[in-house]
Design a protein around this ligand. Sequence first.
Ligand code: SF4
Ligand code: SF4
Length: 148
Amino acid sequence: MRDRFWERIPPTKMTSEEWEALCDGCGKCCLNKLEDEDTQEVALTRVACRLLDDQTCLCGQYEIRKTLVPECIQLTPDTMKDVAYFMPETCAYRLLHEGKPLKSWHPLISGDPDTVHEAGVSVRGITVPEFEVDEEDWDDYIIDEPGT
Ligand code: SF4
Ligand code: SF4
């Protein structure tokens, strides 16, 4: 990866390795959200996708996730304009889309994949799997976004 590529290479010019490395591993995009269709207001819940590992905050089947969870959104430079508004506030893809710098705890800045957890930004230890909660009860699990 090129030195500090996130500060000087436009997303459309990044390699796939660079694009993937932008993910800080917080796991917040794998939490289910409730969206008001009229206002597009989004509420985050701690009800997680069935493939999310609560401890690593990573997808348990990343390579075949689209087969198992067709609704999983694949982020690309082209789709960011449509999805940025409901991504977590601290998501590196959203930050870059909005022209903002990465946070100090981002692994690309700190050099340590654990700093996102140590900073209390990730979902480690707070999720419940979606197969344990009826969808009609998700509003009982609404949370403030960790780390904001
Ligand atoms: S919210 Fe963004 S940075 Fe966090 S895991 Fe999802 S894609 Fe990666
Ligand atoms: S399929 Fe994997 S990447 Fe997609 S939302 Fe679920 S846990 Fe996250």
